[in-house]
Design a protein around this ligand. Structure first.
Ligand SMILES: Cc1cc2nc3c(=O)[nH]c(=O)nc-3n(C[C@H](O)[C@H](O)[C@H](O)COP(=O)(O)OP(=O)(O)OC[C@H]3O[C@@H](n4cnc5c(N)ncnc54)[C@H](O)[C@@H]3O)c2cc1C
Length: 388
């Protein structure tokens, strides 16, 4: 496959290993979807083969790979099991806050554990009260009188809720004048005051275990803060958003590539017995496949460009990051819709796997920043307005 992400030889080895893992998990992905089962085996493989620390600096024990390698790895995983890809994207995006943190007391040991595949993390931004507007948590910190803090929150969707070792969470700083005055902190799963209150039974990405978590009077020591009080929004926008956008765009592209491949195979291998023609002999179906491929490659090219721009960012780079996520999410919706139409009833039934791609593709659109938010952010940036 063309090296659109501009990856060097070391990075390509990671991509090749990810492709091997994808081949091993493809069959189980059907069960993951059918039973809404957490893909524990794929995660164990990723942990064992060094992928938990893929984007962690070498001096912290990681593999120090850039966004382009992350994208290409996620794309491979999503071609086989989008739930695995999603869990992995959340892990890498959350672990980047550990890298960036200057306040986390056990930063070095936590990063070493992540890099060694011993610690899975995730994001817990969405709250019942803030819904998709992740930049405005309604939960709040209060001082505990001993230099630490206490908070309660209804986190509405936490990927890997029952499996992650920690959640990168958000709350307003004590006495905040606006929800934008937020702080990020690490909440450890199983800590007193943390409870997963339901399970995930969604339309798509059914194995991602994105369940609600109730946080009640959780004590948070100053050393568990990932940012100084009030600096959370900056970390969300400058650290989490770029990695999350690249990862989720790549996930959408993996689904697109899988849909193109399944459609190509179906049109070439299936036909009408009465005249011996194949589905590929119908020009309207060939045109749909051509549109699917073109849309996929346009969006992949934009992400490839963006991932390389992120290595030497300028003032335009954040706009490319947002546009890459927007382009990929819309491409995934269009491409999987075309695949359903091109493959007909065979796609509507489960055996081609296309209906799962169609469902999985829809999750990205509603995850914050949603396509609505992205359109608003990009439109504001282009017209010189502040994001909020
Ligand atoms: C599979 C999956 C996994 C997830 N995992 C996580 C996770 O690990 N961590 C986490 O924090 N969250 C996670 N989420 C939550 C996600 O990021 C969103 O918060 C959630 O999907 C929002 O749903 P809602 O019904 O609350 O949306 P609402 O906020 O009610 O939005 C409803 C509609 O209004 C639109 N809308 C909202 N605000 C605006 C606006 N300002 N301008 C224009 N339109 C707007 C939205 O685009 C949407 O179409 C996950 C979601 C899914 C589907």
């Amino acid at each position: 496959m063309t090296n659109i992400h501009g990856i060097d030889a070391t990075g390509l080895e990671f991509v090749a290993t990810a492709a091997e893992i994808a081949a091993e998990i493809r069959e189980e992905a059907v069960e993951v979807d059918k039973d809404a089962k957490f893909p524990a085996r794929s995660l164990a493989m990723l942990a064992e083969r060094g992928f938990f620390g893929l984007c962690i600096p070498a001096d912290a024990g990681g593999q120090a790979q850039p966004p382009g390698v992350f994208a290409a790895v996620v794309e491979q995983l999503a071609r086989a099991c989008p739930s695995t890809a999603m869990i992995y994207v959340m892990h890498v995006s959350a672990s980047r806050t550990f890298v960036a943190s200057q306040t986390l007391a056990d930063r070095a040991s936590l990063l070493r554990d992540v890099a060694a595949g011993k610690h899975l993390t995730t994001l817990a931004f969405s709250e019942r009260g803030s819904r998709s507007q992740f930049w405005a948590p309604v939960s709040q910190f209060e001082q505990d009188g001993n230099g630490g803090f206490v908070t309660s929150a209804s986190k509405s969707w936490v990927t890997s809720a029952n499996h992650a070792d920690s959640y990168v969470s958000s709350a307003q700083k004590p006495g905040a004048a606006s929800p934008l005055e937020s702080t990020l902190y690490v909440a450890r799963r199983g800590a007193s005051g943390m409870k997963v209150t339901d399970s995930f039974d969604g339309l798509g990405l059914r194995g991602n275990d994105s369940a609600p978590v109730e946080i009640t009077d959780l004590g948070v020591a100053a050393g568990e803060l990932l940012t100084p009080q009030g600096d959370g929004a900056a970390m969300m926008l400058e650290v989490v958003l770029p990695w999350f956008s690249v990862g989720t765009a790549a996930m959408a592209h993996g689904i697109c590539l899988a849909a193109v491949n399944a459609t190509k195979t179906h049109l070439s291998g299936t036909g009408f017995e009465h005249d011996g023609s194949k589905l590929r002999d119908l020009p309207n179906l060939r045109a749909r496949l051509a549109k699917m491929s073109c849309r996929t490659e346009q969006s992949r090219a934009l992400l490839g460009f963006t991932a390389q721009a992120m290595l030497a960012p300028n003032e335009q780079t954040p706009l490319y990051v947002l546009q890459s996520r927007m382009s990929a999410l819309e491409a995934a919706i269009d491409v999987t819709d075309l695949a359903m139409k091109a493959c007909g009833g065979a796609a509507f039934s489960r055996h081609l796997g296309v209906e799962q791609m169609f469902r999985d593709a829809r999750a990205g659109w509603v995850m914050a920043p949603t396509v609505d938010h992205l359109q608003e952010f990009v439109g504001r940036a282009l017209t010189g307005m502040p994001l909020f």
